[in-house]
Design a protein around this ligand. Sequence first.
Ligand code: NAD
Length: 500
Amino acid sequence: MTNIVNHWIGGKSAEGASGTYGPVTNPATGAVTTEVAFASVDEVDAAVAAAKEAYLTWGQSSLAQRTSILFRFRALLDAHRDEIAELITAEHGKVHSDALGEVARGLEIVDLACGITVQLKGELSTQVASRVDVSSIRQPLGVVAGITPFNFPAMVPLWMFPIAVACGNTFVLKPSEKDPSAAVKLAELLSEAGLPDGVFNVVHGDKVAVDRLLEHPDVQAVSFVGSTPIARHIHTTATANGKRVQALGGAKNHMLVLPDADLDAAADAAVSAAYGSAGERCMAISAVVAVGAVGDELVEKIRERAEKIKIGPGTDPSSEMGPLITKAHRDKVATYVRGAAAEGCEVVLDGTGYTVDGHEDGHWIGISLLDRVPTTAKAYQDEIFGPVLCVLRAETYEEGVALINASPFGNGTAIFTRDGGAARRFQLEIEAGMVGVNVPIPVPVGYHSFGGWKDSLFGDHHIYGNDGTHFYTRGKVVTTRWPDPADTPAGVDLGFPRNH
Ligand code: NAD
């Protein structure tokens, strides 16, 4: 064991006091490289107390002060891209270029937070009644918490805290215990940028830490990103405790390919979006719906491309796809593929039993491609979160849309076509929060919001963009009268105030 990943409380590293630790594994070697401290209720309380104390001054700080710190943080994040990407690859397993992409997309949200001054501009109506003005302002909530998944250990926290702290809140992050180091690095960079102690805190751990955040009376709001069952638990528990909640869940993202689509472009997109990051993306394409007669040709084009994907350690620049996060997850993914034929699927590529020479203990699985998948198959119904692509067939556009809309998930979806009318119709008819037209992974830019529908999001707010600012602030409307000294006093009037 080399080192221990500690909490970050009140502006400094805090050793775990609970005596409970979890292993952090390098997925490419299968070796436990580090242990991470798991927080007890008392340690979560210490982090929330530090955030509450810091809020007394941070909540009153000027926009100029907040944004100048965020600009410095942005520069530091930019300068440390490589180092953060290396931490991600070492604990998550994704290839270095993909890890760099994740940092770049997180940086977009810091860009947005640097311009929070524009987002927080209030509204003013003058002379709504005689000598009466009305202004609307938005104010921070106080201490807010973020709970994040393993698959984007830097980007998903960056979806949350830059906006939260730019709005004047203080933050407690509970990152995934599987790859906790990137979050600590972000905390160190924030501190270096001049963020006052206690404004950003990190507690590691499991359900004990999460559930304490959900019930803590001083936590005003909870942002969660993770799987659907846990998102539902977070939403139910935190709202029952009176908190504002946005809980983003899992997904099964469909790509509808119409007969007029450019099939080479569609196959490139399907392969990139299905197998990138070994399918461990909430916006991965996991189901292609081929409409009309294109199915056979499309499957063949996907197969040709998928077979060429180079699988290996994320540190090897020639690797295009790395291992899965844990052995247990790898084995679970394999069961879907092994059971597919019995459920009526045609197994075109079977990636189970795959290994990488010299790294036999890594959490490897190869590429799997399943064709003619019935909607009753578990491989279709469940979010597999691995490099398994299901192809389904539909006779018509309408049948394809009905199939997608019957899914309980509604995160992202895409249509591939050359027909603008069909694409427009799809945008309006499809039940998902993010739609791509000839774009397979339509993750919105930072100044638009990210979020799904149905079982992919619990709560009213999407994450970042205008929704982020709204989520992390509450509105206040001020009605002001400054009478002229020459005015005759209005006198007592018990009627309901009217504007005239
Ligand atoms: P997860 O739900 O297992 O864990 C997410 C977080 O919740 C972690 O911090 C974890 O420690 C905590 N947690 C786990 N079990 C808990 C419990 N019983 N009680 C309280 N807290 C608990 O998710 P994961 O495996 O880390 O991440 C993969 C999942 O996240 C996939 O389902 C993926 O689709 C989803 N995801 C969704 C989005 C999105 O934007 N919708 C983005 C990324 C990932």
